[in-house]
Ligand binder design. Structure first.
Ligand code: SF4
Length: 97
């Protein structure tokens, strides 16, 4: 007789940080590139999105999620796609003496 059943971990536990995000009620177009967007528009959109991220109480969780999951698109944790690519390529420095 089986006395213990291993149930999968509730998915909401892993993502409930999103419920506290500063972008929860913001148009997602601010965080993801529009099809027709010139470089100045893109830069301004990214600046506005990063401003929201920088006041977000779950910035660290969001950034960690995006880096660990390989998010390819959008701004997560105040990082653009290019910011994440650079961060993932750069060597980790454990101790700076
Ligand atoms: S850090 Fe930015 S993208 Fe992430 S949840 Fe907060 S506001 Fe949204």
């Amino acid at each position: 007789m089986r006395t213990h059943i291993q149930l999968p971990r509730p998915v909401t536990d892993a993502y409930d940080w999103q419920l506290r995000s500063a972008c929860r009620d913001v148009d997602t177009e601010l965080f993801f590139s529009a099809r027709r967007e010139n470089p100045q528009q893109r830069q301004e959109r990214q600046r506005l999105a990063k401003d929201i991220c920088n006041s977000c109480p779950v910035l660290a969780q969001c950034r960690q999620y995006a880096l660990s999951s390989g998010e390819e698109h959008g701004i997560w944790g105040a990082m653009t796609e290019a910011d994440r690519r650079r961060a993932l390529k750069s060597p980790v420095v454990d101790d700076v003496a």
